[in-house]
Design a binder for this molecule. Structure first.
Ligand code: FES
Length: 237
């Protein structure tokens, strides 16, 4: 089956968005949205379904293996990675593609996600020396290490907004890792910042559950981070 990619576009420096539709004929069963966008941009002359010449579609990618998060976008209403979204898995012929909506749009499908990394800096999420991971936390820390900071969990979060006080789920995996690896007395500052910027603002809607392209169990990480940063500390454990 051939597909129509219906893309929400915006020129660099422009405030107005517009839609443009492109025909794509898959070459293999494994073709993804990333494959299709690459093919569109490789055409000698790119034209939409009305035959109107079009500029190449701007989007970001790096690994094309679900490892970097750069290609996160909203596809048929669901935030996901373009390099993992196989065309064969879409039942409708027309596929709606939009940039992530929670972040400022730079152009086309490119958004500015620098706030993700600024938030991690605010939370003091780094190790100042070698740390040890207790055996009982190994599986949890392994899951947390899978996070690629793509922002898909923030896209569906009803409480997150750029520059808000609540930093959202994307800060939880790194916090979890550090809280499991650092001695309790050294992790106090991280726990305090986590309580202010993550625990306090989370409405526990768990909209982020089942949305992570890496399959991270966000509920499990959240429960553990809350316990380590808030509940156990309040009880003085
Ligand atoms: S390009 Fe790296 S996750 Fe898609």
């Amino acid at each position: 089956m051939n597909y129509i990619l219906n893309i929400l576009r915006r020129r660099r420096g422009d405030a107005k968005s517009y839609r443009q539709r492109f025909l794509y004929e898959p070459v293999t069963e494994g073709d993804t949205i990333a494959t299709a966008l690459t093919e569109l941009n490789n055409r000698e002359v790119l034209a939409d379904t009305d035959g109107t010449p079009a500029e190449p579609v701007e989007w970001e990618c790096s690994c094309l293996q679900k490892k970097c998060g750069a290609c996160a976008m909203v596809i048929n209403g669901r935030p996901q990675l373009a390099c993992a979204a196989r065309l064969i898995d879409f039942s409708r012929q027309e596929i709606m593609i939009e940039p992530l909506r929670k972040f400022p749009v730079v152009c086309d499908l490119v958004v500015d996600r620098s706030i993700l990394f600024e938030n991690l800096k605010t939370l003091h999420l780094w190790l100042s020396r070698e740390a040890e991971l207790p055996d009982r936390y190994r599986e949890l820390a392994y899951q947390a290490s899978e996070c690629i900071q793509c922002g898909c969990c923030l896209e569906v979060c009803p409480n997150f907004c750029v520059n808000g006080r609540f930093f959202g789920m994307s800060s939880v995996p790194v916090t979890t890792r550090l809280l499991t690896e650092m001695p309790v007395n050294e992790a106090k500052e991280i726990a305090k910042l986590y309580a202010r910027h993550t625990f306090a603002g989370c409405g526990k809607s768990l909209a982020c559950k089942d949305i992570c392209p890496k399959g991270i169990d966000t509920e499990k990480l959240l429960v553990n981070a809350n316990a380590m940063a808030v509940w156990k500390r309040r009880k003085g454990k």
